[in-house]
Design a binder for this molecule. Structure first.
Ligand SMILES: Cc1cc2nc3c(=O)[nH]c(=O)nc-3n(C[C@H](O)[C@H](O)[C@H](O)COP(=O)(O)OP(=O)(O)OC[C@H]3O[C@@H](n4cnc5c(N)ncnc54)[C@H](O)[C@@H]3O)c2cc1C
Length: 401
């Protein structure tokens, strides 16, 4: 059977796959084909995230995250303006729940300055003027460049632009492996390609392993559950209220986000899972995957790197409504337990783990293989960073003539 052919084959129609496909088309004017196993784009992390356009305060200067986030924030706001996509650009405040968190707050301020982000340390009075219901100890950090969008609206606009620019999409098309060199097996037949770009999110490690790439890495899925604030609640949130994070952990903690449509979401949690697409209960977990996840979790907990044990316990506590409420009430004055209603659909983070060192990777990871490029740790803020992230991926590609 003869194979269909393209110059670049992109696996995955999330924000990274679509952005990389557009960038490839812009540079090469070649045939670009995106294969996506779902029937529509953005069905996983890219359409189910918090929709926060991060400003770049959390990341150490010089990291890929710092560089790409600051630029990505500017470009995504501009894209929304051009496309008429609503944005809540009220900014955010990061609040301290105890005096012990103040040194970290100051460290975030120093990182913001190093990264060129508009941020100010403010006192309790200034905080009340910005976010009347936020509570803090002594000082808070105001971050002006943070904004909120509806991620589904962005995905729709990006895919429409990509199609108009000549990128081809094949939905309900699962990449199933390699069929010799430079030929892919898919659920809709064979596809010959010049170069493959793996943007498969939760499955990116498995695709990479098929090319002998990233053998020390595995993806560990973490589910983010959301609540929403009861519309009649006395608690008002104008922008975003975030806690001071534990900088040793990759997640930012439960936060309040005022969406452009008016709803206020509270979350997400970050529960380690046994299945890559385990959105509810045990659906989405299979025995083989679950055994592997249990092995990595035991190793991570055993080594207690990144205080993994305490992260896991805290996240298990958030499974209950009461546990989640306890986490959220530290940020806001007057929050009642019945203010938290079931929220939007959960999202799953594709967090990379180095199984040799038992460490969670903190920065973006991109590796090269035979006629292939593998995006392995497109975790937050990859949505914010997607435009310059895609340019970076294409810059690093070793494309054979
Ligand atoms: C709860 C949560 C909150 C977040 N909040 C933010 C935020 O506020 N701001 C921010 O910047 N980032 C945030 N992020 C991170 C952001 O969503 C991700 O970094 C980004 O969406 C990653 O995009 P992606 O294209 O790599 O992955 P995905 O969106 O997961 O796309 C990968 C695609 O590959 C497809 N695929 C997988 N395997 C195959 C196969 N074999 N064949 C064909 N197709 C395949 C999948 O179906 C999927 O559509 C959040 C993430 C989560 C989960």
């Amino acid at each position: 059977m003869t194979a269909d052919a393209c110059d670049f084959l992109v696996i995955g129609a999330g924000v990274i796959g679509v952005s990389v496909a557009r960038e490839l088309r812009r540079r090469h004017h070649a045939r670009i084909l995106v294969v996506e196993k779902e029937s529509a784009p953005g069905r996983h992390a890219s359409g189910r995230n918090s929709g926060v356009l991060h400003a770049g305060v959390y990341y150490k200067a010089g990291t890929l995250k710092a560089r790409l986030c600051v630029e990505g924030n500017r470009r995504m706001r501009e894209y929304c303006r051009l496309k008429g996509i609503p944005v809540n650009d009220y900014g955010k405040v990061i609040v301290a729940r105890s005096a012990a968190e103040l040194p970290v707050l100051r460290e975030l301020y120093a990182r913001a300055q190093a990264n060129g982000v508009h941020a100010n340390l403010i006192d309790g009075q200034a905080l009340r003027e910005l976010e009347p219901c936020a509570k803090t100890v002594d000082q808070a950090l105001q971050v002006k460049d943070t904004a909120v969008v509806n991620p589904q609206r962005i995905m729709e606009a990006l895919v429409a632009d990509a199609v108009q620019e000549g990128v081809e999409f094949r939905f309900s098309c699962l990449w199933q492996g390699r069929d010799g060199s430079e030929v892919a097996k898919t659920s809709q037949g064979r596809v010959a390609y010049g170069h493959l770009v793996n943007c498969a999110g939760l499955f990116a490690d498995q695709v990479a392993h098929g090319f002998g790439v990233g053998s020390c890495y595995r993806i560990l899925p973490f589910r983010g559950q959301f609540y929403r604030l009861r519309p009649e609640s006395q608690v008002q949130v104008r922008g975003n209220i975030y806690p001071v994070p534990d900088l040793r952990n990759p997640f930012l903690g439960v936060h309040f986000t005022h969406r452009p449509e008016g709803e206020v979401t509270v979350g997400p949690s970050a529960l380690p899972l046994l299945g890559r697409e385990q959105y509810r209960g045990f659906a989405g977990a299979n025995a083989q995957d679950s055994l592997a996840m249990i092995r990595y979790l035991i190793r991570l907990i055993g080594r207690n790197r990144d205080h993994f044990r305490s992260i896991a316990w805290k996240e298990i506590a958030k499974l209950s409504h009461t546990g989640f409420y306890r986490e959220a009430e530290g940020l806001c004055i007057g929050l009642r337990k019945d203010d938290l209603l079931p929220g939007k659909e959960p999202g799953i983070r594709a967090q990379l783990v180095n199984i040799r060192t038992a460490e969670l990777s903190s920065d973006f990871v991109i590796e090269q293989g035979p006629r292939s490029t593998h995006v392995l740790n497109a975790v937050s803020p990859a949505f914010t960073s997607s435009a310059p992230f895609a340019e970076y991926v294409v810059d690093t590609m070793k494309v054979d003539a």
